[in-house]
Design a protein around this ligand. Sequence first.
Ligand code: MLT
Length: 309
Amino acid sequence: MAPRVLISDKLSDAAVQIFKDRGIDVDFQPDLGKDKDKLLEVIGQYDGLAIRSATKATEKVIEAATNLKVIGRAGIGVDNVDIPAASKKGIIVMNTPFGNSITTAEHAIAMLMSVARQIPEANASTHAGKWEKSRFMGTEITGKTLGVIGAGNIGSIVCSRALGLKMKVIAYDPFLSEERATEIGVEKVELDELAKRADFITLHVPFTEATKNILSAERIAQLKPGVRIVNCARGGLVDEAALAEAIKEGRVAGAAFDVFAEEPAKENPLFGLPNVVVTPHLGAATSEAQENVALQVAEQMSDYLLTGA
Ligand code: MLT
């Protein structure tokens, strides 16, 4: 009998086609992931579960998944999957670490530019017919120092784009070797130094116990006055309340956040502050990236279900 895969989030049709082409019985129910009870009811029928971020593969779901062999996350973060629970049951969890990295890096650069020139506020004001030419004084990024926290997959692409924009790039990443830093054209520094020197900071690390509040209230107090902070990685890396205070006091000049400690973010200490640009976790939201991650996850899951590889 052909393995059965449930796609419970909005995944590109390309994934459905790949599963079909590979002889897998695929059930595409893009809204099912939001219905926890329904998911619990049906998950026992499937060998594979393909998700984005809306489906939460909790311990309860995994317990009910009596036939499940693989969970495929079309994207990078697997924080919506209870990995220890899956591992205990021998269920493989796979992600697609490369499919959306360029798109996410580009979003970080777009956010950096937006906060440097107050584009969203100027846009809203101009649409409102105000023509407030003297209200929006920006800052040049050429020659400014960008502090990159995390120079892995996405962070290193951000470094290359920032270098192309003639920024000086310094990076804090305990896993970055001096050789790799030289190769990607950045100066490897400790976090204390990055805090002191960066005119802009962008975060590109996963959310773990070690990175939680990596920009804590204490750390924010040590940042170079006038710094602007971009977070397109994960909520919880920055103490949002402390950052909001620092912005109100003028110690931090602006922030551009795509991710929040609590999502969906309907309320947040950063909302409504001047020179704070916010987007609803759009880092991976391009048609190219969604196509890439859908194709990759479908191929990987099919390989595993059909050959065990
Ligand atoms: C990811 O982890 O791939 C991104 O944050 C995209 C997403 O969750 O939609």
